[in-house]
Design a protein around this ligand. Structure first.
Ligand code: SAH
Length: 248
């Protein structure tokens, strides 16, 4: 017989606990078990009940890690034992967060699951640097890509020439190590080397750092910025909305 537990995938936003949604906070407050990881805003765990069990499955690059299968199993087993489980992740669980894999694992196991979307760093980190991902008259869309593997890698499925020609803002996540190769592929694909570019590290955090350059020079400008960081390429990257006051 199934227990009456459940799994709730909660998007924790980009780091500032103020950017967790009201629904996300309520789920944390009610949770019996919280399965969290590296980029989730840890300050939000203070909202958990005193009896809640907190399990950190941080995947530290090159270090300790829990496999996705183990995480799926953990969620399912706790829910089947009748507990309300929150899977707490940075940003939005469905943006490079493997949320759908976890959701499907729950459904396959007959575990009740729901999703509370989060504020994704793809939009929020640029916004906190005053960069809008769209701006009327400049761009009619934005494309969010993973820089986890560089252009030309066997696992890469992205068409950089198509991205270069898309006319959309290009937002790159997980691209600190591959930024140089990605920018080169975009220019090779026909993007104007003078196209504005920016990188925002630790977006929304007190330690936030921003650099601006062009697609031809951003890799050098951002070399020492560190992770996590979001890169933005397109005319909007030249906008500094933080400089625009109400009278501007
Ligand atoms: N699900 C997350 C993204 C997970 S992939 C989301 O929706 O935001 C991890 C990548 O997210 C990092 O490599 C980095 O590119 C980006 N990222 C997450 N938090 C960030 C932050 N506070 N500032 C800048 N980039 C961030």
């Amino acid at each position: 017989m199934l227990g009456t537990g459940s799994v709730t995938l909660v998007g924790g936003g980009p780091g500032d606990p103020g950017l967790v949604t009201v629904a996300g906070r309520e789920a944390i407050e009610r949770a019996d078990v919280i399965v969290t990881d590296r980029l989730a805003p840890l300050a939000a765990l203070a909202w958990a009940g005193s009896d809640a069990e907190i399990i950190d499955v941080a995947k530290i690059p090159g270090g300790r890690s829990t496999s996705q299968d183990e995480i799926n199993q953990l969620l399912v087993e706790h829910a089947k034992s009748g507990r309300h489980v929150v899977r707490f992740k940075g940003g939005d669980n469905f943006v490079f967060g493997r949320g759908s894999e976890e959701l499907l694992a729950c459904l396959e196991a007959g575990v009740e699951a729901r999703v509370i979307p989060g504020v994704t760093s793809a939009i929020a980190a640029p916004a906190m640097a005053g960069i809008p991902v769209t701006h009327r008259g400049l761009t009619q869309g934005f494309t969010v890509i993973s820089g986890h593997v560089p252009p030309g890698h066997n696992d890469s499925t992205l068409d950089y020439a198509a991205l270069a020609a898309s006319g959309t803002t290009i937002v790159i996540l997980m691209g600190v190590r591959t930024l140089s190769a990605i920018c080169a592929a975009l220019v090779e694909g026909g993007l104007d080397p003078e196209t504005p570019a920016a990188v925002v590290a630790d977006g929304t955090m007190p330690s936030q750092r921003v650099v601006r350059a062009t697609v031809a020079t951003i890799d050098v400008a951002a070399a020492d910025l560190g992770a996590p960081a979001v890169a933005v390429i397109g005319p909007v990257a030249a906008i500094d909305g933080l400089q625009i006051g109400p009278d501007a």
